[in-house]
Write a protein that binds this ligand. Structure first.
Ligand code: SAH
Length: 343
């Protein structure tokens, strides 16, 4: 169905072509508009100088769908955190993480987060609403523009739970892939895991990296850390992940935050290995990034290494991910809807 409603950003080439034609313009202007929105990152129609002047003037206030940068913090490791103002005045965070070969953007999928994991700053700040697909894509364009460099990777690991905003996240993946030409394999969706949603997601058969925030080796522990886990037994969650592998023929990444003395003991590593033996998966250990609203500690390197070694001994593929952007509060779990920040 061709939609003429809403902002220009988020529309496909076909929809943009239809839109320009409705405005009495020739079809090829649709292609130009598409290129200016998704490649050049146009913020208004007025700046698209290949368009006739009179038409541009007439449309100068037409909603394109871009946010404005409210604040930017640059961490000593070159990671940049942005506070972006949306149309309705709400603020979200996005993070740009550069390396020599890559520019990764960590995008938010919701304003705040209703899941409220005990170790995560986002949930502590409450929840406002889902983001629209174009508001997700806008974050990528904003980082691209600020770094003056093409974004190569996008991770849905900012504020929010992507699978609670299912349709918009799927649309954003399509737009990033088809309109912005970022390979699906360079996109990562990270989820806490919700009943029925993993299978539903699997059935889209996307080529994206799928990451599940496991964080605990048994149900009791998981429920303590993630309140919503009460509705989703770990056994069922892992079965659904197995089905994901069968349906998509792609492995699952399990994220496991390491909290000193809570879930990082050798017995937890053994328990986790027992769940994952023979599973086509990869474990990403994330040493806890401190937040002021919680009282956890990050384990020392030795304990982290021991945990990793136990998994390896059980033939579980594992790596440790030290988050970047720590100094700018831009690391995993440190993003918070920044009404607080601005006060
Ligand atoms: N809602 C999604 C995306 C969250 S952010 C999810 O749950 O996967 C991405 C990752 O950062 C998740 O694995 C999340 O659990 C983790 N995280 C949250 N708070 C953290 C913290 N304080 N330190 C390290 N990782 C954290």
């Amino acid at each position: 169905m061709i939609s003429t409603e809403g902002t220009l950003l988020g529309k496909s080439l076909e929809e943009l072509t239809y839109w320009v034609q409705q405005q009495g313009q020739p079809a090829y202007r649709g292609k130009q508009l598409h290129q200016w929105l998704y490649q050049k990152g146009a913020r208004s129609l007025e700046e698209i100088h290949v368009f006739p002047k009179v038409w541009r003037k007439k449309l100068s206030n037409y909603p394109v769908g871009r946010s404005t940068i409210n604040y930017r913090i640059i961490s000593p490791d070159a990671t940049r955190k942005y506070l972006l103002s949306l149309d309705d005045g709400l603020i979200i965070e996005a993070v740009g993480i550069p390396t020599t070969k890559r520019l990764t953007v960590c995008v938010s999928s919701q304003v705040g987060c209703p899941i409220a994991c005990d170790f995560c700053a986002t949930g502590k700040g409450g929840y406002d609403r889902n983001l629209k697909a174009h508001e997700i894509v806008d974050q990528v364009l904003t980082v691209q523009e600020d770094f003056q460099r093409r974004v190569s990777h996008v991770v849905f690991m900012g504020m929010g739970e992507p699978l609670l905003n299912f349709e918009a996240v799927i649309s954003a993946v399509r737009i990033l892939n088809q309109d912005m030409r970022i390979g699906q394999r360079s996109l990562t969706i990270s989820t806490v895991g919700l009943p029925q949603k993993i299978i539903r997601f699997a059935n889209y058969n996307l080529q994206v990296t799928f990451a599940v925030s496991l964080h605990a080796s048994n149900q009791t522990l998981r429920e303590k850390l993630i309140p919503s886990a009460i509705h989703y037994p770990i056994k069922q969650l892992l079965e659904d992940c197995q089905k994901y592998v069968e349906i998509t023929k792609r492995r699952v990444t399990f994220e496991y935050i390491l909290l000193e003395g809570v879930n990082d003991l050798p017995e937890h590593a053994i328990e986790l290995s027992n769940h994952l033996r023979g599973f086509q998966s990869h474990v990403n250990l994330i040493p806890y990034n401190p937040i002021k609203e919680a009282n956890y500690q990050r384990p020392n390197q030795r304990n982290t290494q021991t945990f990793m070694k136990i998994l390896q001994q059980h033939k579980v593929t594992v790596s440790v991910r030290y988050s970047r952007g720590l100094k700018a509060n831009a690391a995993c779990g440190q993003l918070q809807s920044s009404r607080l920040f601005l006060n």
